[in-house]
Design a protein. Structure first.
Length: 407
């Protein structure tokens, strides 16, 4: 009896562990339609497009003229940062062809491009005069920005390929390269300009017509399906650096962010290096921290370290949002400077010793009198020059005895 009870207990524990890991790395699948699609028409003059049309084309016409499709998906709006991509597939509906079976490839596009309001008539194979911001054979955004290479800038690597024959649905199934493409777009290591849909250009006729996001039938529109897991802690942080903020925008700069335990001695659990944009915002991933409560601590090259008011709850599968700018109470000890309706991190601490004092004033004064410039700790407003403005910021914060506030 004792033996059976022990065996039963071990089975229950094993099941709980399995359920925990299943939840931790549970998969989520999303399907999105294209955010933009268009056709590059290789016509004389190359001012033809079809940005708002119902169809895009890939391959060669009966007249031996090339058509190339371009398509992109705003996956960053539906897939959270720190997601680990597991599978990717693209489904298109092919609605007209003048050829038999032909391979159609996906190639990652390497330059941004546009979709204007041009709309072709009839079967749309001849395109329409390009409108503002349309992609054409020559232009990425008609008629002011251009491809490096006529016909589009795209990778030599085939992301996926499918043989397209008669009318109907076709799927470019998941493979390592498609996963790599989307993972790069989510990570931010590659810009998301979508894929070029490359028909068989070795023979003619080979052109295929695919339905776009503007197609009247919702079921015929492009569908990208992505399955992902999240096994990291993610933070969506907003914080402004007082000297860098002009009341409207902030000069972008690098910051460090630490997660610290909520009990003494408040040990560092994880860290991330990030770039705050002009709104003071950045999303970052922490590779080592698991779910739990942590203080958020923001560091900067010449700012006072700023701690969150309280420990914040993080979960592995949830994006944590924290905004220091909307109230002084967001920081421990209300240690924020008020600037044009926003609360900002104090700066002026060039020595990074936790207080703004005479040492910092002397450092800024010396660099200013020597006309130093560049990315310097004494540059308090981020304009890459050390001058009287930086000295005033430091002097004022020193006069106010600004220093770190922490548990």
């Amino acid at each position: 009896m004792i033996k059976n009870y022990h065996t039963h207990f071990l089975l229950v524990v094993a099941m709980l562990i399995l359920l925990s890991f299943t939840n931790l790395f549970s998969q989520t699948t999303v399907t999105v339609t294209s955010s933009k699609d268009n056709t590059l028409f290789d016509f004389p003059g190359s001012t033809i497009s079809n940005g708002a049309g119902n169809y895009f084309f890939a391959g060669k016409t009966a007249g031996d003229v090339i058509r190339r499709g371009v398509i992109a998906f705003d996956i960053n709006s539906v897939i959270p940062p720190c997601a680990v991509i597991q599978s990717v597939s693209l489904k298109l509906h092919m609605s007209k062809t003048i050829s038999a079976i032909n391979p159609v490839q996906l190639r990652k596009i390497t330059s941004d491009w546009g979709e204007g309001t041009s709309t072709a008539v009839g079967e749309e194979g001849q395109g329409a005069p390009a409108e503002e911001n349309d992609a054409t054979w020559m232009t990425t955004f008609y008629d002011t920005q251009f491809w490096i290479n006529a016909g589009g800038d795209f990778s030599n690597t085939v992301s996926a390929s499918a043989n397209v024959n008669g009318l109907g649905y076709y799927t470019w199934g998941s493979n390592a390269q498609l996963v790599n493409d989307v993972q790069g777009w989510i990570n931010g290591s590659a810009s998301n300009y979508g894929w070029l849909v490359l028909g068989d250009e070795s023979t003619f006729p080979s052109v295929k017509r695919f339905d776009t996001k503007e197609n009247d039938s919702v079921n015929f529109r492009p569908a990208l399906t992505v399955t992902y897991t999240i096994n990291k802690v993610a933070l969506n942080l907003t914080t402004l650096i007082n000297g860098f903020f002009d009341g409207s925008v902030m000069r972008s700069d690098t910051a460090g962010v630490y997660l610290r335990n909520v009990y003494s001695p408040y040990a560092k659990v994880d860290s991330a290096k990030t770039i705050l944009n002009s709104s003071g915002n950045s999303v970052m991933c922490f590779n080592n921290a698991s779910g739990g409560q942590f203080y958020i601590v923001v560091t900067h090259r010449n700012s006072i370290d700023t701690w969150s008011k309280l420990g914040q709850t993080f979960a592995v599968d949830t994006l944590k949002n924290y905004d220091f700018t909307n109230a002084p109470t967001q920081a421990f000890g209300d240690n924020l400077a008020f600037n044009t309706g926003k609360y900002c991190m104090f700066n002026g601490d060039m020595s990074r010793d936790g207080s703004v004092d005479v040492t910092d004033i002397v450092g800024v004064y010396n660099d200013g009198t020597n006309f130093f410039s560049g990315y310097l700790v004494t540059d308090m407003n981020g304009d890459d020059f050390v001058d009287v403005t930086d000295l005033l910021i430091t002097y004022n914060n020193s006069s106010s005895f600004v220093s770190i506030a922490r548990p």
